[in-house]
Design a protein around this ligand. Structure first.
Ligand SMILES: *Cc1c(COP(=O)(O)O)cnc(C)c1O
Length: 463
């Protein structure tokens, strides 16, 4: 595999083992064919998510011991505040237990019922908090983002024409803010260019519309800008990240991603009124505004993680690891979203299982069959994740994807080869793989807890 050598060595290990094929089939039944309901000890290689599953550095572990567990005015809050101010460049910081905590504070602070919230494709928890606050989500991502086979460098970009058309039709005063994810998780980890972010920012500032960055993996976006955007080639990831943030008014952050911690998040902003409101709501929903639902030690580990995450060699290694997994899958003919994004490889389940309709839940089914084949856990990002609208209608995303997300600094090249070979074997017998149907569907964020059963096995056409 074409991966640069790791810029770290291993200091501690956790044992894992592969269950037998009949055991894996039994576990799938127990889990209702939903990979979220599998037990971790039953999983061999866990690519469900890169969220909170990262290996911390020895300096982060050491920082845990420095945690100041005072209820109020913790020194650890000051360490976090300084790390965020220096790394991202925002003035004000509200810690939260994770990203969705920040999304809740943001949505409640800025959205009035009936307001529109444009975004470059939705994210599950982000959109739900917008909707629960009475907002209406409008997708303003460029068209290429919905096409998994187009090779464009910045498929996360906002389509300014779509944004302008929305502003024209509803009026700038009905836009709560624009939420820009960089990169775009649901589009396959596709980045946004600084050119596009600048244009969005200039336009929104001229209309008095706030720009909010979903910064969960902004460091990866910064590295992809360095790689692909000529004007920024000679800048460091740290410098590019600050430039990105300077185009925005605030960010919500899941520190479980870029910042290499197991729990944590924050809202950061330059807007004093937003800070005031979010800090006040924090007391209601998260905890006092200096700990936001976290222990002092979590704040310390996050502060160190934020300072370390912008190292060019760390980000570069991570992205090259993801790319190598994608290329290995392609070598077996497996259809994936192109170009390969920063945090994971996204298999195009519609192309993998063309005999299934969207209602037969191709991505959900493929994730189940991948576990059955090789004990690898992945995640559906298709119609099940998209959920239902307020009136109960199904959101029907154009993409049916299975995401293989790579935890940071956790797996080696031989793990990734095992994954690619297993999915390659499954691809060979794809004609025989059935779809799924619901046996239980919860009301909110249904992908986490839904249960399924297999539809009849398709009559295999010989390949
Ligand atoms: C994970 C994630 C969130 C939500 O963060 P949590 O820490 O899981 O609550 C928001 N946006 C994006 C793009 C994410 O990947």
């Amino acid at each position: 595999m074409n991966i640069p050598p790791e810029p770290y060595k291993i200091k501690m290990i956790e044992s894992i083992s592969l269950l037998s094929a009949p055991e894996r089939r039994a576990r799938l039944v127990d889990a209702g064919y939903n990979t979220f309901l599998l037990r971790s000890p039953d999983v061999y290689i866990d690519l469900l998510t890169d969220s909170g599953t990262n290996a911390m550095t020895d300096t982060q572990w050491a920082a845990l011991m420095r945690g100041d567990e005072a209820y109020a005015g913790s020194r650890s809050y000051e360490a976090l505040e300084a790390a965020i101010q220096q790394t991202y460049g925002y003035k004000f910081v509200v810690p939260t237990h994770q990203g969705r905590g920040a999304e809740n504070l943001l949505s409640k602070s800025l959205i009035k019922p009936g307001d529109h919230v444009p975004g470059n494709m939705y994210f599950t928890t982000t959109r739900l908090h917008q909707e629960l606050a009475g907002g209406i989500f409008d997708d303003v991502i460029c068209d290429e983002a919905h096409n998994p086979s187009i090779e464009a460098p910045f498929k996360g970009n906002v389509d300014l024409k779509k944004l302008e058309a929305l502003v024209k039709s509803v009026g700038a005063s009905k836009i709560a803010y624009i939420s820009v994810g960089a990169p775009v998780n649901m589009a396959g980890g596709q980045p946004v260019s600084l050119e596009n972010l600048t244009a969005v920012s200039d336009y929104c500032r001229s209309k008095g519309i706030k720009v909010v960055l979903d910064a969960a993996r902004a460091v990866e976006n910064a590295w992809l800008i360095q790689e692909r955007e000529k004007a920024w080639r000679s800048y460091s990831v740290a410098e590019i990240l600050k430039e990105m943030c300077s185009r925005t008014d605030a960010c919500t952050m899941s520190a479980k991603k870029d910042a290499n911690v197991n729990i944590g998040g924050f809202l950061a902003t330059n807007d004093a009124a937003l800070f005031e409101s979010a800090r006040n709501l924090c007391v209601v929903y998260e905890g006092l505004h200096t700990y936001g639902g976290l222990a002092g030690r979590d704040l310390e580990a996050m502060a160190v993680g934020i300072r370390e995450m912008v190292q060019d060699d760390f980000v570069g290694h991570r992205i090259m690891q993801v790319r190598a997994l994608g290329e290995a899958l392609e070598s077996f003919g497996v259809p994936i979203v192109k170009p390969i994004g920063g945090h994971g490889v996204f298999i195009d389940a519609k192309a993998f299982l063309p005999h299934l309709t969207q209602d037969e839940l191709p991505a959900q089914a493929l994730a189940a069959w991948i576990y059955g084949e090789c004990g690898v856990r992945t995640m559906e990002r298709g119609i099940v994740s998209a959920g239902r609208g307020e009136d109960g209608h199904e959101h029907r995303p154009k993409l049916e994807l299975v995401r293989l997300a790579l935890p940071r600094r956790v797996y080696t090249a031989s793990h990734l080869e095992f994954v690619a070979e297993g999915i390659g074997r499954l691809y060979k017998r794809r004609d025989s793989l059935p779809g799924l149907k619901y046996t239980y569907e919860p009301k909110l964020l249904r992908f986490f807890q839904s249960r399924f059963e297999p539809l009849p096995v398709p009559v295999a056409t010989k390949r």
